[in-house]
Design a protein around this ligand. Structure first.
Ligand SMILES: [Zn+2]
Length: 423
């Protein structure tokens, strides 16, 4: 879509944030917008305005000017116009040493979302009550985490993987893409019943994406919230297909009432659904291959049922897996760390600290995501401590890092297992 030279709707705060997002500039920078020019762009493959030295945003009720003479718009259509600039790709970020990296969260709005990503996890939300997911660390096609702080601000995770692989991955061989994805989910309403294939099936059913093994940590649960996970004993393909056809797939699926702190491990092939009233942190393989088996006989925003992928879903389901229960945490030999999951795709630990400790120095990256309290991380370029709902990626090259909690803090630490080979 060509860039039309002019629109004239007023610019509001939301528009500035949207523009900042499209240009690969952090929200924080957009916020410093006052009544004078503010958003400066930085090189990144997702930053199509890179040849435009500055984006001028006279604050309210004014237009947005791009150097080069374009006046672009407020209002919805303007964002795609910015993307359509299509300027040449800039060079990879400068070779400054790596440091703890914070990223701009990518918010996803779906019909089942709510507002807890803001009210509980501190994300900046706009209007509306359908904020469903906050992608904290992601390198998946167009979905890219963008560094917000320090010398590498504006770089995407894909750029870091391509340009700084050995420093990022340490003992693990450089990867074609960042293998893990961490997100928060606010299930104000229940999600569809779904299943993800394993790597082999994904290659066959949905190339070139990967399979998806995932794990959830329940951050908040309403008293009657339910998780659906795994098939009831004895349910085979025929039985599941029959229940789906009868509009009663829940008859085939095991369910339980989770409590805050529960961890649920879902290897690829395990049928699952997040019930209503749950706030969840999820670590997963960086894949988007989801087969929706059943949508509770409901319709989407347009009044139509959402598409199902029953054949692929039945094919991807592991009928031998059986019911899933919360994972009993395992001791690690260090009293402040418990192991929630250890599988071939990732390891997930939960730390509880009330005094300083070190983390890392084991020649691999760590994703640290705070789920209670506040934490400062040595070398972090962010100006505030990491608060509940904040995530930082520690590249392997930063080595051992000092963590200082402000009071009691709880966080998740996700990393690759020793023998991980390739995403
Ligand atoms: Zn899933």
């Amino acid at each position: 879509m060509p860039l039309a030279p002019r629109w004239s709707a007023p610019v509001d705060r939301q528009t500035v944030r949207g523009l900042a997002a499209v240009l690969g500039t952090s929200n924080a920078e957009a916020h410093r917008a006052g009544s004078s020019p503010i958003i400066s762009t930085r090189p990144s493959p997702h930053n199509r305005a890179t040849r435009l030295p500055a984006l001028q945003v006279p604050w309210l009720g004014q237009s947005v000017k791009l150097a080069g003479g374009f006046t672009i718009a407020a209002g919805d259509a303007s964002f795609s116009a910015v993307v359509a600039l299509q300027l040449p790709k800039p060079k990879m970020c400068a070779m400054s040493p790596l440091y703890p990296l914070r990223f701009r969260p990518i918010l996803r709005r779906y019909i089942w979302g709510g507002r807890k990503l803001g009210s509980v996890l501190g994300k900046e939300l706009g209007e509306g009550d359908d904020y469903a997911e906050s992608w904290e660390v992601v390198d998946h096609g167009e979905d890219q985490s963008v560094v917000t702080d320090g010398p590498l601000a504006g770089a995407t995770l894909a750029e870091l993987v391509a340009g700084r692989g050995p420093e990022l991955f340490g003992m693990h061989p450089p990867q074609p893409r960042f293998p893990l994805l961490l997100k928060f989910l606010d299930a104000n309403r229940k999600l569809s019943l779904q299943v993800h294939p394993d790597d082999q099936r994904a290659r066959r059913l949905d190339p070139p994406d990967l399979g998806k093994t995932e794990a959830w940590v329940v951050l908040a649960a309403e008293p009657d919230s339910v998780i659906y996970a795994g098939l009831k004993p004895g349910v085979d393909r025929q039985q599941l297909a029959q229940h789906i056809q009868q509009g009663a797939a829940q008859e085939s699926v095991h369910r339980f009432q989770p409590r805050p702190g529960d961890c649920v491990f879902l290897p690829s092939g395990v049928v699952h659904a997040i019930g209503a009233g749950l706030l969840i942190a999820e670590i997963q393989q960086a894949s988007d291959t989801t087969y929706r088996l059943f949508d509770w006989n409901r319709v989407g925003a347009d009044g139509q049922p959402r598409p199902l992928h029953i054949e692929q879903g039945l094919e991807a389901t592991d009928y031998a897996a059986g019911p899933v229960y919360p994972q009993p945490p395992r001791p690690t030999g260090q009293s402040h760390i418990e192991r929630l999951v250890e599988c071939e795709k990732f390891v997930l630990d939960r730390w509880r600290l009330d005094g300083p400790r070190t983390l890392g120095g084991d020649h691999r990256f760590h994703i640290v995501s705070v789920i209670e309290g506040q934490l400062t991380v040595a070398g972090d370029a962010g100006k505030q401590p990491l608060a509940k709902g904040s995530t930082v990626l520690l590249p392997a090259a930063v080595g051992e890092v000092e963590l200082s909690p402000l009071g009691a803090v709880e966080f998740l630490d996700a990393y690759l297992p020793q023998d991980f080979s390739k995403a």
